[in-house]
Design a protein. Structure first.
Ligand code: FMN
Ligand code: SF4
Ligand code: SF4
Length: 428
């Protein structure tokens, strides 16, 4: 029997898949959908309460850029969120965020979250409330506490803090410039006022994520949530301008290896990934590792992404955009992929492979198996693309067929990717 459960910060998740704060959890019906689909946890949408009691203007906030329209579910998409005023506002739309929805007051939102926590009991789902952020310059200690207490009273299991300056209201500000304001103060205030586990969400684009995670840990955070989304500006060359400042911005599956690196470096501060040599790592002996749970948020679209995060040292993973693109059925698909991988590897619980990533020492690297390309003569049309592309001049044409000299080949795979007829295969 394989156990997919994840336990940390006093919480038990039936699986390590948590829906990230966003459209999927912006209302009771949406969150219910996620819970029914089998996610281990949901992070209910951040309240963004800049002005207590005030209804904020709805915003249009999300669209896909880049990526192939037809392949977006499985392809290499990139998503952009923003904060442009929504033009199609419908006062009758249910409470929530984005598009036509009317942004609720704290009281209204607490009522909605209460419905979510009640339903969660039936679906064995952990409920985490996200609070704060948008306009941290306006978020006082009292405001953090008011939001956190309202969420605690609504029955949530934990609080996730949307820390960090908002690029829209505080351009140029970085967490690192004022870690007391963006991390220490909210973490301490929320812990003190609710007693609930507190996770600090730390975006990559406004700080040194690893140092900020250490600050959060020192301030008493029960976990950190690194986020791979960057502020960005996509230029519309037809109109020669970008309509609005892009806030928390751009992210996507391409960022998964970056997140792996972040998680690994958080867990292994004494072994920075850019210094593979033992003696260089010794320069960092005083660096502090992140020992609290890490729950990454960014780029996940498959079981292998989640497995990778766990191997790098994470405790669970949040998923947002892929749920939007694929629907809540993604929970069962990813769960199955993780289950099958564990079955094949003989693992019975997540703890057996979690944090198992170790960097090779330099002299061990020679044992890494090298890819060796092979040409299928029948498939080669003599286009010579591989000959021109090979950085090691390892390919020559012999009798109009590409031929690889193994003595020169270093297994970079360029020829494999570039061959138009897929005549080149890889072996070890
Ligand atoms: C439309 C949209 C709205 C979002 N709203 C919030 C939010 O209210 N609070 C928050 O902490 N993160 C918010 N996020 C960020 C996601 O929770 C997540 O951290 C980010 O999208 C990266 O994960 P992903 O690649 O799985 O989407 C939002 C993301 C999107 C796309
Ligand atoms: S790129 Fe492919 S088809 Fe072209 S010469 Fe090389 S092996 Fe042959
Ligand atoms: S794998 Fe790289 S080095 Fe080897 S033949 Fe192909 S392009 Fe050249």
């Amino acid at each position: 029997m394989i156990d997919l459960s994840a336990e940390f910060a006093g919480l038990k998740f039936k699986n390590p898949l948590i829906v990230g704060a966003g459209p999927n959890t912006k209302s009771f019906p949406n969150a219910l959908h996620c819970m029914k689909a089998g996610f281990g946890g949901v992070v209910v949408r951040s309240l963004h309460m800049q002005y207590p009691g005030q209804h904020l203007l709805p915003v249009r906030e999300f669209w896909n850029i880049y990526g192939d329209r037809k392949k977006i579910r499985k392809g290499f998409y990139s998503l952009q969120s923003t904060a442009a005023p929504a033009q199609r506002v419908n006062e009758k739309a249910p409470l929530g965020w984005g598009g036509a929805s009317r942004i609720p007051t704290l009281d209204e939102w607490a009522g909605e979250v209460r419905k979510i926590t009640e339903a969660a009991k039936k679906y064995d789902c952990v409920v985490i409330a996200s609070i704060g952020w948008c306009g941290s310059n306006l978020s006082t200690e009292e405001l953090w506490k008011a939001e956190a207490e309202a969420m605690a009273a609504a029955g949530v299991d934990a609080i996730q803090l949307h820390t960090a300056p908002s690029p829209a209201t505080e351009p140029g500000r970085y967490i690192t410039m004022d870690p007391k304001k963006y991390l220490e103060m909210p973490i301490k205030a929320v812990k003190e006022s609710t007693g609930l586990p507190v996770f600090a969400k730390i975006p990559v684009d406004c700080c040194d994520t690893i140092a900020s995670a250490v600050v959060a840990q020192k301030a008493g955070a029960d976990g950190v949530v690194p986020v791979t989304r960057w502020s960005s500006i996509t230029i519309d060359i037809e109109n020669e301008k970008d309509p609005v400042w892009r806030g928390p911005g751009i992210g996507g599956p391409w960022s998964v290896p970056i997140m792996n690196g972040l998680i690994f470096r958080m867990r292994n501060a004494k072994q920075p990934i850019s210094y593979i040599f033992q003696d260089s790592a010794e320069q960092f002996l005083d660096s502090v590792s992140v020992a609290v749970p890490i729950i990454p948020s960014g780029g996940v679209r498959s079981g292998s992404d989640v497995i990778g995060y766990l191997i790098a040292g994470a405790n669970a993973s949040e998923i947002c955009a892929q749920v939007i693109l694929e629907g809540t059925g993604v929970a069962k698909r990813i769960e199955r992929e993780i289950y099958e991988w564990m079955e094949q590897k003989g693992y019975r619980s997540i703890g057996e492979f979690q944090g198992s990533l170790r960097l090779l020492k330099h002299d061990e690297a020679k044992d890494i198996p090298q890819w060796m390309p092979a040409v299928d003569a029948a498939g080669c049309n003599a286009c010579e693309r591989c000959v021109k592309a090979c950085p090691n001049s390892a390919i020559k044409m012999l009798d109009n067929i590409a031929s690889i000299d193994e003595d020169y080949c270093e297994g970079c795979r360029t020829c494999y990717y570039i061959c138009p007829t897929e005549a080149i295969s890889l072996g070890l």
